[in-house]
Design a protein around this ligand. Structure first.
Ligand code: DAH
Length: 344
């Protein structure tokens, strides 16, 4: 009897080490602890044929073996579960779709604007965001102390070390009109160029103003360019952007680098010019500045004063985006709030 208990224990140890999954382990439980055919129970049952003294001794030993095997099975169960957790892949769980990014609405509009002008034959060129005082003002017919400089609330770069190579003062560009002279210095007319990017102004912000915003400048230089060329180019552009019924008007204005200077206004696309809150009941929306390039600007670029003529215009991309997407506050485009941006 003692011998068969020992054998049973050895057999159980061997069986256990061969078991690799829970199903097999359950079979082992049945094999050793099953009520009718379980090996341990049949040993325990045979105890009743022994005399009382032997029954007591063997009964105790059989119980110890029983507890030991039970304990070992339990340990094995834990270790199988633990190992299983690591490799377990539940193929029935839904997969996670990675969240894809998308273009910022301002970038979308900017690309749309560039596409329209490219198709009209404009080249796209980029310029620096940190600009010299010369290109931002002086070359655009605004020498130092010129009162028109006040039209732009400028961020000057204070540091004495951060200056242009020739020691000139630097500013964050307040517009992209400086690209007119930069491009003219490099190219010989005829050419049509647009240049988009960020501009900076030291302004209090409100629903229609930001200190940093996106802007597109365009200009065409050739011989005999006229104001009507400007108007048809802009009208064609706005029709492609806002639909074939779009109307524009040129209203007289002032910029030091154009003569004549105009303001572009567009028939309100929300109320069809009948007057609404978006156009301030006027029926018209201000879209940007434009004009015929001033001879002094040509002179700064090194062109003969009378040889060429050209037109130029500047548009706020945020303004276009507000109208296209019906957004009431330009600042929303620059706050990087995901709840806002994910709509586009
Ligand atoms: N640069 C002007 C601004 O920032 C807009 C502008 C006006 C651009 C007239 C032009 C122009 O090219 O001809 O307000």
């Amino acid at each position: 009897m003692i011998e068969s208990l020992k054998q049973l224990r050895d057999q159980a140890l061997k069986d256990l080490s061969a078991v690799a999954d829970l199903e097999k382990l359950d079979e082992l439980v049945l094999k050793y602890f099953g009520r009718k055919q379980g090996l341990l129970n049949s040993i325990l049952r045979s105890l009743k044929n022994l005399d009382e003294r032997q029954r007591k001794i063997l009964g105790q030993q059989a119980n110890e073996v029983k507890i030991e095997i039970w304990h070992l099975i339990d340990q094995r169960r834990q270790s199988i579960k633990k190992a299983g957790k690591k490799d377990f892949v539940d193929l029935t769980i839904d997969g996670k779709n990675p969240r894809l990014g998308h273009l910022h609405p301002i970038t979308k509009i900017r690309r749309e604007i560039e596409k329209i002008f490219r198709e009209m034959g404009f080249a796209v060129m980029l310029g620096p965001e940190i600009e010299t005082d010369y290109y931002n003002f002086e070359a655009l017919n605004m020498p130092a102390e010129h009162p028109a400089r006040d039209m732009w609330d400028t961020f000057y770069i204070k540091s004495e070390e951060r200056r242009a190579e020739d020691g000139e003062k630097l500013v964050l560009r307040t517009h992209i009109s400086p690209m007119q002279v930069r491009v003219m210095e490099k190219l010989t007319p005829p050419f049509s160029v647009i240049s988009s990017g960020r501009v900076f102004r030291h302004e209090a912000t409100d629903a229609r103003h930001e200190h940093t915003w996106d802007y597109t400048e365009g200009f065409v230089v050739d011989q005999h360019v006229s104001l009507s060329n400007l108007k048809t180019t802009l009208l064609d552009f706005f029709k492609q952007l806002f639909g074939s019924k779009t109307e524009i008007k040129l209203r007289s204005s002032y910029f030091p680098f154009t003569e004549p200077s105009i303001e572009i206004i567009m028939g309100c696309i929300f109320c069809q010019k009948t007057g609404c809150s978006i156009c301030g009941q006027t029926g018209w929306l201000e879209m940007g500045g434009a004009g015929m390039i001033h001879p002094t600007v040509f002179e700064h670029a090194g062109y003969p004063r009378e040889k060429y003529s050209g037109f130029a215009f500047g548009l706020g991309i945020g303004r276009v985006a507000m109208l296209k997407y019906d957004i009431p506050d330009v600042r929303l485009f620059y706050q990087n709030d995901h709840r806002f941006l994910s709509q586009f």
